[in-house]
Design a protein around this ligand. Sequence first.
Ligand code: SF4
Ligand code: SF4
Length: 184
Amino acid sequence: MKKEIKYLLFKDLIKGLSITLKNFFKTPVTVQYPKEKVKLYPSFRGRHALVRDPLTGDAKCVACLKCQQVCPSRCIDINYTTDLETGARKLISYKIEALRCIYCGYCEEVCPVGAIVLTEWFEYSSRNKEALIFDKEALLKNWDEFIHSYPEKVYTNKYWNLKGIPESNKSALKREGIYVKIKD
Ligand code: SF4
Ligand code: SF4
């Protein structure tokens, strides 16, 4: 019996040492942040932004309120006016309280026109709560900062058009695929 225990312990010891040895010669995966930048997965959910329409220069948002309704944290607040003749809505104000947000991405997923996005920008913080309440202008600025160093010519986000959703449940824009032109 004692022999068996000794054998088992020895076997585990060899197993453990072999793992150590195997990893000893591998390149370390530790990233020396902030000197080294971490590689984010596409569509990482970071700082919020309102997408600026390259044609109008204003937010793409059409004030449908879907994001406000779906938000589980109730951290989105939108105000709009309605044109009495055409019925078209015009966005007046848009506010997100980032400290209440749980970064679920529902807002960007539900938006029919790809107007809201959780960018891949994660390096932001503040000791001041007010600085983390993003109004419309701040959200547009977040977008400008995000795309300033965006390497591609067009931007799209996988949450704008998730796989597995029946085509009939998608808006026309989603069916076509929503893209934002960044540069020529
Ligand atoms: S990511 Fe989720 S919690 Fe945050 S604003 Fe969007 S819907 Fe609300
Ligand atoms: S879902 Fe999109 S278009 Fe509708 S209010 Fe939200 S950001 Fe604007």
